[in-house]
Design a binder for this molecule. Structure first.
Ligand SMILES: [Zn+2]
Length: 421
C-alpha cells in the first residue's frame, strides 16, 4: 500500500513538457515536486504526464502586481463617468458602505478565477481599508487566500484608497490589518490635502511593521502635485531601496524633459518599481481636454531604458475606473503596445517581461523564473513567439502552478478559405 501511495505521488508530481519554445530555443522542460528540475534537449521520463507542446512559447507564470479584486464587477451599480459628473472615487465610495464580506468574496473570487484561467500564478492585490468598508474586504480576501492555496499565490496590500486624514479610524484599521498578517502597506497621497504628511505616515508605519510600501502616485497631470521625487528621497533616507513600488506615475509624462530626467534619476537611485496601469489611464485621463486627449500612460519605454524596473498590471475590473477591465495580462500587453508606443517587433518581444520577470521582482517573488530550480509556474501560449502571442491574443493552452496543470484552455474555429494557389 505504501509503495502504491509513493508511486501515485511521484506521478502526480512529475510533468514533462516536450518541444517548448523558450527564449528562441526549442527545449524540453522537466518539472518535479513543484520545481523546474531540468531544461534541455531530448529529455525523457518514464513516470508522470508528458505534454508535447509542438514548439509553442512557454513563459513563466503571469504576475499581477497591482489589482483591485475587492471592487471588481460593480460597473452595473453606478452610472459611470460622465462629463461634469462625479469621479470614479466618489462613485465607488458611495457603494462601499453596502459591501458585505460575502458580496466582496463572490466578486473577488470571480476576478481571481478569471486571472488564473488567463495565466496568472501570483498576484499582489489591494484591499481597501477605510471608514466605509472597514475590514470587510480584508476578511473576504483572507478567505480567498486560503481557498486559492496551490493555485494562486495571493499577497494582500492594506490600502488606503480614501486617504488617512478624513476620519479618525482609517489609520487604526490599517495598523490592525498589518497586525493581522497583511504584508504590504499601500498609500494614496493624492486623496489627502497634505500629500507629504500622508507619505510620511506611510513610511513611518511601514518601518514600524517592517513591510514594503506601495503607493498610487502622481496619477494626475498637474506637475505642482508631483510626489514621486519626495517618495524617492524618503525611500533613500530611510534605507528602503527596492522595497517601494509606485502605481500610475502618469504625471512623469507631462514634466519638462530635464525635470523628468532628474526625477527618473532619483527613482533609479531609490530602486523604485514602477507599475503602469494602461487600461485604467485610457478610460480615466484627458476627459476635460478641449484639444488633444491626453492618454495618461507613463513613459514605460523611457523608464525601462533608464534602468528602472517597470511592470504593467490590470488594476480595475468592470468598475467605474475601468468598465472593460479584465485580468488578462496578455491583453494588458496589447493595450500597452497600443498606448505607450511599444509596438515595434523588438518591443513586442520584450513586453512579456513586464508581467513576468520584472513584475515578480517588483513584488519580491523568490524562486521565480524559467530556470532550473525555480518554481514550476508556467504558461504555454498557442504561438511560437511573444509578438504573435500579443498581436493575435492567442489562447493560453496550459496554466501550470507548482508543476500541476491548473487550467487547460482551448479555442475552436472552423474556417473555409478555399485552396491556396
Ligand atoms: Zn489601483
Amino acid at each position: 500500500m505504501a509503495g502504491k501511495v509513493k508511486r501515485y505521488d511521484r506521478e502526480m508530481n512529475a510533468l514533462l513538457l516536450r518541444r517548448a519554445r523558450v527564449n528562441g530555443r526549442q527545449v524540453d522542460i522537466a518539472l518535479r515536486d513543484g520545481r523546474i528540475e531540468r531544461i534541455g534537449a531530448g529529455l525523457t521520463r518514464g513516470d508522470g504526464e508528458t505534454l508535447d507542446l509542438g514548439d509553442r512559447l512557454v513563459l513563466p507564470g503571469f504576475v499581477e502586481t497591482h489589482i483591485h479584486p475587492d471592487k471588481a464587477f460593480i460597473a452595473d451599480r453606478t452610472e459611470g463617468l460622465r462629463a461634469g459628473g462625479p469621479t470614479a472615487q466618489t462613485l465607488v465610495a458611495a457603494l462601499k458602505k453596502s459591501f458585505t464580506v460575502d458580496d466582496i468574496y463572490r466578486r473577488a473570487r470571480r476576478a481571481l478565477e478569471l486571472a488564473v484561467r488567463h495565466g496568472c500564478t501570483a498576484m499582489r492585490a489591494h484591499v481597501e481599508i477605510d471608514a466605509l468598508v472597514e475590514l470587510r474586504g480584508v476578511a473576504a480576501m483572507r478567505r480567498l487566500q486560503d481557498d486559492f492555496v496551490g493555485v494562486l499565490d495571493l499577497e494582500l496590500i492594506a490600502f488606503a484608497q480614501e486617504g488617512i486624514f478624513h476620519d479618525g479610524v482609517t489609520r487604526d484599521l490599517l495598523r490592525e490589518a498589518l497586525k493581522g498578517g497583511l504584508r504590504t502597506l499601500g498609500g494614496c497621497p493624492y486623496m489627502d490635502a497634505d500629500q507629504r504628511a500622508h507619505i510620511d505616515w506611510f513610511f513611518e508605519t511601514a518601518q514600524t511593521f517592517g513591510v514594503p510600501l506601495d503607493f498610487h502616485a502622481d496619477s494626475a497631470d498637474d506637475p505642482s502635485l508631483l510626489t514621486s521625487d519626495y517618495i524617492a528621497e524618503q525611500t533613500i533616507a530611510r534605507g528602503m531601496q527596492g522595497r517601494v513600488s509606485l502605481g500610475h506615475l502618469c504625471m512623469l509624462d507631462v514634466l519638462e524633459p530635464d525635470h523628468r530626467a532628474r526625477v527618473v534619476d532619483r527613482l533609479r537611485e531609490a530602486r523604485i518599481h514602477v507599475i503602469s496601469l494602461p487600461a485604467t489611464e485610457l478610460h480615466m485621463k484627458g476627459r476635460t481636454d478641449t484639444r488633444r486627449t491626453w492618454r495618461g500612460v507613463t513613459r514605460l519605454g523611457e523608464l525601462r531604458a533608464a534602468g528602472i524596473n517597470v511592470a504593467i498590471s490590470t488594476n480595475n475590473i468592470v468598475n467605474p475606473f475601468t468598465p472593460y477591465g479584465h485580468p488578462d495580462l496578455l491583453r494588458q500587453a496589447l493595450v500597452t503596445a497600443m498606448s505607450a508606443h511599444l509596438g515595434n517587433p523588438d518591443q513586442l518581444a520584450w513586453l512579456p517581461e513586464l508581467f513576468t520577470t520584472t513584475a515578480a521582482r517588483a513584488i519580491g517573488l523568490e524562486g521565480y523564473g524559467l530556470a532550473e530550480g525555480c518554481r514550476a509556474d508556467l504558461v504555454v501560449l498557442d504561438a511560437p513567439d511573444a509578438a504573435r502571442a500579443i498581436t493575435e491574443q492567442v489562447e493560453k493552452l496550459y496554466v501550470i502552478k507548482a508543476g500541476r496543470v491548473i487550467a487547460r484552455n482551448t479555442r475552436a474555429s472552423e474556417l473555409e478559405t478555399g485552396r491556396a494557389e
